[in-house]
Design a protein around this ligand. Structure first.
Ligand code: DLL
Length: 432
């Protein structure tokens, strides 16, 4: 399903013309209205007249999360305060939150890109979207809400949590699309099993999952347990919320909504663009945003681009599912380890549940990694020997994948904390 074919299938040269026009107007606006950007541009020796083409974007300075926090709460405002109609913020668990202020036009853009996101997962006005992302300052709830409204679907604004009620609502109202974090969807499947609710009898046929990292094996598991097609959706508060990129029906990498969000990939160490197709840090410029536009925002998310044509007909560049983050990349005994690599190994094993925690400690200057992962009831009731054998097997595979030793402990069913939002899986005691 394509919401806006004129944009989604636009030829690359036409898109570049559109992007160039948007970028010129953005740079003029922020230079005139946002001292924060004006100062940065002056320091970099750039003025609005330096920017004529989208390719000139590399002349502009980057923006980081720390800088955005420093100008909290309103320092990035590029529109008149009276024209702001809504705000959202990041959770602010690691410092001052980042503020996203929207004009009506920004809300319209957000509704459009989220409408495209849901359409790509097959949603139409016939659908009933059970939206279990949190409503509030978090962008997940209202982002999906606006997207569902844009395509004329019916939305159930249930928000996160109260899992038994989620299950009752999806049966009673016949929800066809589910939106929540991938880890929460698996928790729903678990509670459904206990309650003897059979997902094959529930009408859900697609899910829009994102806001946290997940792997291909986790997708297969969700699809099997919830009897639906699971789509990856991506976004972040600093840019707009969800609706920056999403998978189409091919479920093969996420189309970036490039007419609004201009993406680049850089080497985080040198800040230079990577070679075509190489992985690096995703950088995004909100070329059409009015409220709090962001120029060359360093997302810290790691991915790579695929510019090959997609069978769906959309012409936009696709980004790979996230490989990790520059800041959640663990460095254990000098080796770079991404939690996604560990998840991939764990979920290959039968009898293992997708609930795990990584415990990292430092003793006598030596890092240790322990992987705690839950076993299913079947394996748990097996002999101890079988459990130990599985532990050793996983350790061996982890060593092959990560090149370091990790101690694997299989733990009893239901002992790892469940989350109704983003799962917290890394417990790094080295920082305490
Ligand atoms: O999580 C926005 C969102 C809501 C996206 C609902 C998708 C669905 P933040 O709380 O600002 O915003 O967190 C943004 O979450 O930089 C990524 O590291 C991570 N993230 C978001 N989507 C994905 C995804 C929302 N599909 C941060 N896969 C981002 C992996 C994701 N990580």
């Amino acid at each position: 399903m394509m919401l806006s074919p004129e944009y989604e299938t636009m030829s690359r040269p036409e898109l570049a013309v559109l992007q160039s026009r948007s970028l010129r107007s953005l740079v003029e606006r922020v230079y005139a209205r946002v001292p924060f950007y004006r100062r940065k541009m002056e320091a970099a020796g750039v003025t609005p007249s330096s920017i004529t083409d989208i390719r000139d974007i590399t002349l502009l300075p980057f923006t980081t999360k720390d800088e955005m926090r420093e100008v909290y709460p309103y320092g990035l405002l590029a529109a008149d305060a009276k024209d702001i109609v809504e705000i959202h913020t990041s959770s602010g668990t690691t410092g001052k939150p980042v503020v996203d202020a929207y004009t009506q036009k920004d809300i319209d853009i957000w509704s459009e890109t989220m409408g495209r996101t849901l359409s790509m997962a097959g949603a139409t006005r016939e659908d009933i979207v059970q939206n279990a992302y949190g409503y509030g300052l978090f962008t997940g709830g209202l982002g999906v809400h606006y997207g569902a409204r844009r395509i004329g679907a019916m939305v159930i604004p249930i928000s996160g949590g109260n899992t038994k009620r989620q299950l009752a609502v999806m049966q009673d109202f016949g929800s066809t699309i589910l939106s929540c974090t991938p880890s929460y969807s698996l928790y729903m499947a678990e509670v459904a099993r206990e309650e003897k609710i059979d997902f094959s009898k529930i009408k859900l046929r697609a899910g829009a999952f994102g806001a946290e990292p997940w792997s291909e094996s986790m997708r297969l598991e969700i699809q099997e347990k919830l009897h639906l097609k699971a789509y990856d959706i991506y976004g972040l508060t600093e840019i707009i919320g969800p609706g920056v990129s999403a998978e189409c029906e091919c479920q093969n990498r996420l189309h970036v909504f490039e007419d609004h969000f201009y993406p680049e990939i850089i080497n985080p160490a040198t800040l230079e663009p990577v070679a075509e197709g190489e992985a690096g840090e995703l950088v995004i410029t909100t070329i059409t945003k009015e409220g709090t536009p962001v120029i060359r925002y360093r997302t810290r998310d790691i991915t790579f681009f695929d510019r090959s044509p997609c069978p769906c007909g959309r012409t936009s560049v696709r980004m790979n599912r996230l490989l990790g983050r520059t800041d959640d990349m663990l460095i254990i005994r000098g080796v770079n380890v991404f939690p996604s690599q560990i998840e991939e190994v764990l979920l290959r094993h039968d009898g293992i549940e997708p609930h795990y925690e990584l415990h990292i400690e430092r003793k006598d200057n030596l890092d240790s990694l322990e992987v705690h992962v839950e076993v299913g009831e079947a394996l748990f009731s097996d002999e101890v020997k079988k459990i130990e054998k599985t532990e050793r097997e996983i350790e061996k595979e982890l060593r092959e994948a990560l090149l370091i030793h990790a101690l694997v402990k299989l733990v009893e069913p239901k002992t790892i904390a469940r989350s109704e939002g983003k799962a917290k899986r890394i417990i790094d005691k080295r920082k305490l």
